[in-house]
Design a protein around this ligand. Structure first.
Ligand code: SF4
Length: 476
C-alpha cells in the first residue's frame, strides 16, 4: 500500500505562537518566484516541436497499451461576461452569449476526434469544467455538452464531476440544475468579500449571495464545495482580510484555495487597471498569508500544501495524513494523476509520458478543430531525466518526502550520485530547518511545508540550465 511505503511528513507548526509563522530571515532567503508544479516539466518548457501528430500518436499508444484505464477530463470554457482586473487566465470577455454556439460545436468535434483515436466508452473517473467562466453557458448548452461527453465516454458511478461557478450570476436553481446534469462538486470564485477590494478588482459580489449559494449547495447534497481566495490584491489590509477570512470560515467550505496575486501587468493586460500604489507591500502580504493560515488552522482546517486547505475529515485532509496526496493541473487531489484529456482553447493535457497544450487563440483553435485536426500547439515528450525528476518533485510536493531506495528501484540509478548537487542544496535547506536530510530520505519539516516549492525547485533540472523568461508567482 502506498501509505505504508510513504510515511507522511510532519504537520505544519501549530498556529498562535509568539514566533512569526514565516521567520524574516527565511523570507529574505526564500521568498522568490517559483513554479507551482502542477506538472513537471512546467508548462513554460513545452515547445512547438511537439504537435498534432505527436499527440495523435500518444493517444494511439494509450489505446494499444491501456485502453480501459480511467481518464480524467478537463474542459476549458473561455468566456466571461466582464473582466476581473487581477485575471491571468486565458479568457474571452464578451456579453454575447451566442458566441458559445460555435465553441460548443468545436468541442463536440474535438470530443469526436478523441473517440476516433481512443474508441468509444473509455472510463472517466474525474471531470472538471474550468475557465473563463463555465457558467457563462446556459442550462441547455451545459446539458448538450454533458450529453456529448456521456455519449463518448463512460463515467464511473463515483466519478468526481466539478465545475467552477461564478457566484455573481449563479442562482440556487442553477445549482439544482447542475446537480441534475451530474455535477457533484462546486468551486466558487470569491477572492475577497471586502467591497473596496472588490471594486478595485472589478468583481463585486456580496457575502449574502455567496452564503445563499453555499446553503443551497449543502441542501442539495453536493459532495464538496471549494472557495477560491486571493491575497495581495489592491486595498487589502490586515483588518479587511481578517474579516474576509472570518466570513469564509463561517461559510464552512470543504476546501479553500488561497492564491497569491502576482502583479505582472506587462504580461496580463487587465492588471494594468490595478493601481500599483494600492497593492499591499511585502510585509503586509506576508501578514495576510500568516493570518489566513492561522485562522484556518485554528478553525478546523488542515493545511494541505501550497495554496490549499481542507476541513479536517475531508478526503483531501485524510489523504494528506496518510501520505496519499496527488497533484495535477487543478492542484492537490485524492485521485492518482491519470491521463488527462484536455478539451478547449488553451487546455493542457497529459497522455502517458507526454504533455500537450491546445492553441491559446480562439481562431487558431477553431481553424484546427474545424479542419478535422487536434488543436495541439505545443507540448513535450518526457525523457528519462524528466521522468525521475517528476517523480521526486511530486513526492516532495505531495508527501513531503523522498525515499531514495524507492526512486533507485524505479529508475535504476544511485540517488546520492545522480542528485549529488541537489543533496548539497538539501543540506543548506536542512540548516534553515526546512528539511531533515537522512541517509535514506529527504523529509520536509512542518516549517518546510510552507516553502515546499523552494524544496522542489532544487530538483528542477531546467531551472539551473534554461531560462524561458517565464514569470512564476512568488513563493509567499
Ligand atoms: S478571473 Fe475568472 S471570471 Fe474573472 S475575468 Fe478571469 S477568468 Fe473571467
Amino acid at each position: 500500500m502506498q501509505a505504508a511505503l510513504r510515511p507522511h511528513s510532519s504537520e505544519p507548526p501549530a498556529p498562535a505562537t509568539a514566533e512569526p509563522l514565516f521567520p524574516p530571515q527565511l523570507l529574505a532567503r526564500l521568498d522568490k518566484n517559483g513554479p507551482r508544479y502542477t506538472s513537471y516539466p512546467t508548462a513554460d518548457r513545452y515547445h512547438g516541436g511537439f504537435g498534432e501528430q505527436d499527440y495523435r500518436l500518444a493517444l494511439q499508444q494509450r489505446r494499444a497499451a491501456s485502453p480501459a484505464e480511467p481518464l480524467s477530463l478537463y474542459l476549458h470554457i473561455p468566456f466571461c461576461e466582464s473582466v476581473c482586473y487581477y485575471c491571468a487566465c486565458n479568457k474571452v470577455v464578451t456579453r454575447h452569449h451566442d458566441r458559445a454556439a460555435r465553441y460548443l460545436d468545436a468541442l463536440a468535434k474535438e470530443i469526436d476526434l478523441h473517440v476516433q483515436e481512443l474508441g468509444r466508452g473509455v472510463p472517466v473517473s474525474q471531470l472538471h469544467f474550468g475557465g473563463g467562466t463555465p457558467t457563462f453557458l446556459s442550462d441547455e448548452e451545459l446539458a448538450r455538452l454533458m450529453g456529448d461527453l456521456r455519449a463518448a465516454f463512460h463515467f464511473e458511478p463515483d466519478a468526481e464531476i466539478s465545475i467552477e461557478v461564478d457566484p455573481r450570476t449563479a442562482t440556487p436553481e442553477r445549482l439544482a440544475y447542475l446537480q441534475r446534469l451530474g455535477f457533484n462538486r462546486l468551486s466558487f470564485g470569491v477572492q475577497d468579500f471586502d467591497k473596496r477590494v472588490q471594486v478595485a478588482v472589478h468583481r463585486v459580489q456580496s457575502f449574502e449571495s455567496v452564503s445563499a449559494l453555499m446553503q443551497s449547495a449543502r441542501a442539495l447534497g453536493y459532495a464538496s464545495v471549494n472557495v477560491d481566495l486571493i491575497y495581495g490584491l489592491p486595498l487589502q489590509t490586515a483588518e479587511s482580510f481578517s474579516r474576509t477570512i472570518a466570513q469564509v470560515i463561517a461559510l464552512r467550505p470543504d476546501r479553500i484555495a488561497l492564491y497569491a496575486y502576482a502583479h505582472l501587468p506587462e504580461r496580463f493586460k487587465p492588471q494594468r487597471r490595478i493601481h500599483e500604489a494600492d497593492l499591499p507591500d511585502r510585509a503586509t502580504r506576508v501578514g495576510l498569508l500568516s493570518a489566513a493560515i492561522e485562522g484556518f488552522l485554528k478553525q478546523g482546517y488542515t493545511y494541505i500544501g501550497m495554496d490549499h486547505f481542507a476541513l479536517n475529515g475531508d478526503a483531501l485532509a485524510i489523504a494528506k495524513q496518510r501520505g496519499e496526496l496527488h497533484r495535477n493541473f487543478q492542484g492537490y487531489s485524492t485521485q492518482p494523476d491519470r491521463d488527462l484529456i484536455a478539451l478547449g482553447v488553451s487546455a493542457i493535457g497529459r497522455i502517458g509520458n507526454t504533455y500537450s497544450q491546445n492553441a491559446k487563440v480562439l481562431d487558431e483553435y477553431y481553424a484546427a478543430i474545424e479542419g478535422g485536426k487536434f488543436a495541439v500547439e505545443r507540448g513535450l515528450a518526457l525523457n528519462a531525466d524528466d521522468l525521475v525528476r517528476r517523480e521526486v518533485i511530486m513526492d516532495i510536493m505531495c508527501q513531503g518526502r523522498v525515499d531514495f531506495a524507492r526512486i533507485e528501484a524505479r529508475h535504476g540509478l544511485r540517488f546520492g550520485e545522480y542528485f549529488s548537487r541537489e543533496l548539497s542544496q538539501m543540506a543548506s535547506l536542512a540548516e534553515l530547518g526546512l528539511v531533515n536530510l537522512r541517509p535514506d530520505a529527504v523529509q520536509v519539516t512542518g516549517l518546510g511545508w510552507y516553502f515546499v516549492r523552494a524544496v522542489a525547485m532544487a530538483f528542477d533540472g531546467y531551472l539551473r540550465t534554461v531560462s524561458t523568461g517565464a514569470s512564476y508567482s512568488r513563493i509567499i
